[in-house]
Design a binder for this molecule. Structure first.
Ligand code: HEM
Length: 158
């Protein structure tokens, strides 16, 4: 190999590597500014289950209630490790830590109640089911009152 061909083959190698890198980069998902956060996705999951089970709960269709519950429970598990924007915006580190603990505990209460709801549905106990639904409603309301941004409340989440 002459010096010239060696230089040419090194240059070709560099070009090839750059091409491969560019191709890999172009297949990476790019985060869009309007993309849903994990917390939003989890809330969406909770909301879909919540909408799906209230009618069947009222009419005593326990099978439908049981069908909707795992999605909600999964949503609560996903949400409890997240940081709501309202907490992230808190400048005082100690306050932020306290708020995050309360958020997580509130999400755990929701998850616990969703398991109580599941047991009531399995037992076919309408009275317990109704009482548990009311508790879920209360946990949702106080969670949103404390942690949802005021402008968020105007477009859903109730
Ligand atoms: C059955 C229970 C619940 C349902 C159905 C529900 C549903 C929703 C919905 C539909 C949204 C709006 C999402 C969006 O704008 O894309 C939302 C937002 C939110 N929810 Fe819930 N939620 C529930 C429980 C809770 C609880 C217990 C908490 C707090 C411990 C909570 C905290 C929040 C927060 C912080 C947001 C705003 C998220 C953000 O700004 O990114 N939610 N929820």
């Amino acid at each position: 190999m002459t010096k010239r061909t060696r230089v040419l083959s090194v240059a070709a190698g560099i070009l090839l590597a750059a091409g491969v890198l560019a191709a890999v980069a172009s297949t990476r998902p790019v985060a869009r500014a309007d993309e849903d956060s994990v917390l939003d996705q989890a809330m969406g999951q909770l909301n879909r289950g919540w909408r799906a089970l209230r009618g069947p709960a009222a009419s005593g269709d326990f099978a439908k209630v049981l069908e909707a519950l795992p999605g909600m429970q999964e949503g609560a598990v996903k949400a409890k490790g997240e940081v709501p924007p309202r907490i992230a915006a808190e400048k005082d580190v100690a306050k932020r830590g306290e708020q995050q603990k309360r958020f997580r505990l509130q999400m755990i209460s929701l998850l616990e109640e969703l398991l109580v709801l599941e047991k009531a549905a399995i037992a076919g106990d309408k009275e317990k089911l109704t009482a548990s639904l009311e508790k879920v409603r209360g946990i949702q309301k106080s969670g949103h009152d404390e942690f949802q941004e005021p402008e968020e409340k105007e477009h859903g989440g109730r």
